[in-house]
Design a protein around this ligand. Structure first.
Ligand code: SAM
Length: 238
């Protein structure tokens, strides 16, 4: 059945995450990551969010816009299961799904109105920079939080790896810890502690150097004996 409701972006999300690789697989995993939800016309009026400041958290419904062209399949291989086992698309949080809609609870830090823009300041998101937001709703604890819920294959939070920085990187970090890169070190730690490599790479020695893009920086790192070693930070455009 099709229906005639027209879905449009009510907002655009600005985040430090410039590429899909490395973004946490769910919200709440990297609380240091701060971002903004910028309301888009004709919704960019402070009245559309009047009262939302009373809530500590909000739901963001959004489009997995970077994956829409690739469509969806009946079954997917969740990274949690090492990519070996298939589950139904509706039994997973796969980004390749009919209608391509994602949903995340994020922390709301404030609502700002400046130069004709209305911005919601958020943290702990799992969204790519530039993601179209199709709806925003308050998170309601009495109903949305379920104490005895069963989490299936994703019952427990991911196991975290240790993250080490070389002396050179530590020096670079003190240079980059400016207002332009809020919480940079904590975001790098939070992102890399999840070890974003595909499961088959984690199973054996992996000499490859990987890269994640945060803000306009590339973070270069390697996994050695189960720990993550950050080897360099450089501007993304070099
Ligand atoms: N919490 C949401 C949900 O359950 O619907 C998203 C979960 S999904 C597994 C999270 C992943 O989506 C991130 O790690 C990132 O790789 C990917 N992602 C985030 N924003 C995206 C976008 N706009 N387009 C495509 N993929 C995106």
């Amino acid at each position: 059945m099709t229906f005639s409701s027209k879905i449009q972006a009510v907002a655009i999300c600005h985040t430090p995450y410039k590429q899909k690789f490395g973004i946490p697989r769910q919200p709440g995993l990297v609380s240091a990551a701060r971002g903004f939800v910028e309301l888009q016309p004709p919704f960019n009026h402070i009245d559309t969010v009047r009262g939302l400041e009373q809530y500590s958290h909000i739901w963001l419904l959004f489009s997995f816009h970077e994956n829409l062209a690739q469509g969806w399949k009946t079954t997917v291989r969740p990274p949690r299961l090492g990519g070996n086992e298939k589950l139904g698309v509706f039994a997973t949080r796969s980004t390749f799904r009919p209608n391509g809609i994602g949903q995340s609870v994020v922390k709301l830090h404030g609502i700002h109105q400046q130069k004709g823009k209305v911005m919601l300041e958020i943290s702990a998101m799992d969204l790519l920079d530039g993601t179209p937001i199709i709806d925003i709703k308050p998170y309601i604890p009495f109903s949305d939080a379920i104490d005895d819920a069963q989490g299936g294959i994703a019952h427990d939070a991911p196991v975290l790896a240790e993250v080490h920085f070389t002396d050179t990187v530590q020096q670079q970090l003190s240079h980059y810890q400016q207002s332009q890169y809020p919480n940079l070190q904590a975001i790098i730690e939070g992102v890399l502690a999840q070890d974003p490599r595909p499961a088959y790479k984690k199973a054996k020695a992996d000499p490859k150097q990987y890269q994640v893009a945060l803000y306009d920086l590339d973070i270069l790192w390697r996994a050695i004996d189960g720990a993550i070693h950050v080897e360099a930070i450089r501007p993304s455009n070099v």
